[in-house]
Design a protein around this ligand. Sequence first.
Ligand SMILES: Nc1ncnc2c1ncn2[C@@H]1O[C@H](COP(=O)(O)OP(=O)(O)OP(=O)(O)O)[C@@H](O)[C@H]1O
Length: 295
Amino acid sequence: MQIPLVLHAERLTKRYGRRTALTDCDLRIPRGHVVGLVGPNGAGKSTLLQLACGLIGPTSGTLSVLGSRPAANAAHLARVGFVAQDTPVYASFTIADHLKMGAWLNPSWDLALATRRIAEVGLDPTQKAGRLSGGQRAQLAMTIAAAKRPDLLIFDEPAAALDPLARKGFMRSLVEFVGELGASAVLSSHLLSDVEQVCDYLVVLCDSRIQIAGPVRDLLASHRRIAGDPAKMPATMSAGIEVIWAEHGHALVRGDAAVRARDAEPVTLEELVLAYMSRAAGTVTAPRASAAVSR
Ligand SMILES: Nc1ncnc2c1ncn2[C@@H]1O[C@H](COP(=O)(O)OP(=O)(O)OP(=O)(O)O)[C@@H](O)[C@H]1O
C-alpha cells in the first residue's frame, strides 16, 4: 500500500527573475510527521512554504500538497493552515473579531477549539490585536490556523522573534495542536533546539537545493562522527562511507560501513545539520570518499 504524501515535489524549481530560489527539488514526505525545514538565510525555505500554500507558482517541476495542486480549490485551501513569518493580524480588530472572521471564512471552523485555546494561553478576547506582544500575536495566528481543523499546518519561522519562554509556550501549543487535530506540520526554523524538540522529520535546504531529507531517527542512525586526520580520510575510508564534512580532526560520515566503523560515535541533530550546511557552503576540508551513498 502506498503511504499518502503530505508534500511531493519533483524537480521543483522557482526563479524570481534571474535569482533562483529553488533548484530541482525532489521531496516525498509522508503524512503524519512534524517536519523541520532548516537552512541558512536565503536558502529557499519561505519560497518552498509559499509554493505549498499556493501563494506563488513554480517556474518548473511539480508540487502536490495532500495529493492535490496547492490551493487547488476552496476545499483544499481549508485543509491547509498557514502561519506566516510575521504572524500578521488585523491591528484594529479584537481577538474575538478575529475568531468571528475565521468562522465566517472557514466552513469547518472549530469555534470551541479556538475559544478554549485563547483562554488557555491567557489572552483576553476583547483586546485589540494591535496591542498584543509578539508572542501573543503568534499564539493568535496559530489558533486561527488550527481552528480551521486543517490536515496540514505550515509555519514559516513564526517563533523567530519570541523570547525563550514565549517560544517554549508556542512550541508546546504547536505540538498540542498537531496531536489534537491529527494533522501533519511543516515548520521552518533557524533554531535547531526547537526543531530537535518538536520535529520527527528533517529537510535541510541550502543554496536552493535539498541537501538531505528523512525521518530524524533514520538520519541519526545512518550518520556517525569519527576521529582522524581529515586530509587522510579518503584513503582510509572503506567503500560505502561518504564523508559529509570534516574539520579539526573529526569527520561526520554516512553509510552502513560508517555505522559499523570502530570508534564511530553517534551524532546530534545539530551536528548533522551543520555538516550538511557546511558542505553546501563549500567549507568541506576533506573530499568525498569514492563510494558515495545515494540520498
Ligand atoms: N519576491 C521575491 N523576489 C525576488 N527574489 C526573492 C523573492 N523572494 C525570495 N527571493 C530570493 O529567493 C531566495 C530564497 O529566498 P527565501 O525567502 O525563500 O529564503 P529563506 O530560506 O526563507 O530565507 P530566510 O531564512 O532568510 O527567511 C533569496 O535569494 C531571496 O532573495
